[in-house]
Design a protein around this ligand. Structure first.
Ligand SMILES: [Zn+2]
Ligand SMILES: [Zn+2]
Length: 134
């Protein structure tokens, strides 16, 4: 499968090819800043099949966390596009930036429920993890 997406203003565009190896929702406190407060919907595509096709994203990594993810966003409009976790060969796409968010077939797991807020919903029947699946 091949998916395309980009930021809110259109300055940064990307393409990702391959199978979606992870489709989930992340409840971590860090993601809440970016999602607006809800769990973050994330689709993990193979890193090798991911490329920016227009513009380039700015990357940010917190220095006060152990093993922080790198978050890539449009410096113009601030849209968060992709994150990359250390040791995980995936481009973790933010589902809202896909041209067709319907390419995401729904979360298959909920992760970092240790930071779940009382107003966060988890679909019935999906596995949940306090942190990441090991
Ligand atoms: Zn933008
Ligand atoms: Zn998260």
């Amino acid at each position: 499968m091949s998916v395309e997406g980009g930021c809110y203003c259109g300055a940064v565009r990307y393409k990702a090819e391959g199978d979606a190896l992870f489709q989930g929702q992340c409840h971590c406190r860090e993601c809440q800043y970016i999602s607006g407060g809800a769990p973050n919907m994330v689709m993990g595509m193979p890193e090798g099949g991911f490329e920016y096709t227009k513009g380039s994203a700015k990357a940010f990594k917190r220095s006060d966390l152990d093993n922080p993810v790198t978050r890539e966003f449009c410096a113009e409009c601030g849209t968060h596009l992709v994150s990359r976790a250390p040791g995980l060969p995936l481009a973790l796409l933010k589902v809202g930036t896909l041209d067709d968010p319907g390419d995401f077939k729904g979360p298959q797991m909920a992760i970092f429920t240790c930071d779940r807020q009382p107003f966060h919903q988890i679909p019935e029947g999906i596995p949940t993890f306090e942190r990441g699946p090991s």
